[in-house]
Design a protein around this ligand. Structure first.
Ligand code: NDP
Length: 248
């Protein structure tokens, strides 16, 4: 009999084709969960994640679903439940950034950021909790930028991540009586396509991080794994930083 901590659980990770989401999907599968992951523009990358999980003996499913498209998000949840029979863990990871000064950012950019980073999270969460029972887990990937924005141009991104921090607190109250926990992981700089450790901002960023380096996606995935587990049953409504001391 398997002793993996998430055996029998089913997880959906939004934006699981690359970066943090890919590492989270792989980690939850390694812990024994069957994992569905969404993507928008990288079918090949999404398939690679599925193949890696299957090669390690796990079960996975890639679903094309733009988080800004309400019907696509609803369908992704329905397909996950149809394929794996239930839904226990939702990781709201899909997100986009736009770093443009307030007098330059367009209304279209604003709408896109809010649609993916906020409305998509709302729709996925509302739909997912219809299928979740006692022990359910909602895990947001927010950002330290909801509390600290140390450079210009990130106001709208910070706005969206601040919304997620507040949404987490409210949801914890709604879902606590059902035994479902809701937590927001707030990473500092993590080396991904969105924020490469060798990118134009990297040296400035590293100088502000106590540990003087970027985080790795697998480090954030470890925190997701813990929050998804039974051991974390008394943690809810929490905004938890993993930032190498960026905000210390
Ligand atoms: P990446 O840009 O490296 O990867 C983004 C992932 O999300 C991809 O799998 C992408 O899919 C998917 N995605 C993007 N837009 C959509 C959409 N509209 N619908 C569905 N999926 C989508 O980003 P990161 O891994 O760096 O970021 C993941 C999350 O972590 C985001 O919410 C981000 O804000 C947050 N974060 C990141 C930090 C960092 O330093 N990297 C720090 C703090 C928070 P596809 O491949 O199909 O495009």
């Amino acid at each position: 009999m398997s002793t993996k901590k998430l055996t029998g659980k089913v997880a959906l990770v939004t934006g699981g084709s690359r970066g943090l989401g890919a590492a989270i999907a792989k980690r939850l599968a390694q812990d024994g969960a069957a994992v569905a992951l969404t993507y928008t523009s990288s079918p090949q990358k999404a398939d690679e994640v599925v193949l890696a999980i299957e090669a390690a003996g796990g079960r996975a499913l890639a679903i094309r679903a733009d988080s800004a498209n309400v019907e696509a998000v609803k369908n992704a949840i329905a397909e996950t439940v149809k394929t794996f029979g239930r839904l226990d863990i939702l990781v709201n990871n899909a997100g986009v950034g736009a770093f443009t000064a307030i007098d330059q950012i367009s209304l279209d950019d604003f709408d896109r950021l809010v649609a993916v980073n906020v409305k998509g999270v709302f729709v996925a969460t509302q739909e997912a909790v219809r299928h979740m029972g006692e022990g359910g887990r909602i895990i947001m990937i927010g950002s330290v930028n909801s509390d600290l924005m140390p450079f210009a141009g990130g106001s709208v991104y910070a706005l969206t991540k601040g919304a997620i921090a507040s949404f987490t607190r409210g949801l914890a109250r709604d879902l606590g009586p059902r035994g479902i926990t809701v937590n927001n992981i707030q990473p500092g700089p993590v080396d991904t396509d969105m924020n490469p450790a060798e990118g134009p901002f990297a040296e400035r960023m590293k100088s502000m991080i106590a540990l003087q380096r970027y985080g790795q996606s697998e480090e954030v995935a470890g925190m997701v794994s813990y929050l998804a587990s039974a051991e974390a049953a008394f943690i809810t409504g929490a905004n938890l930083k993993i930032d190498g001391g960026f905000t210390a």
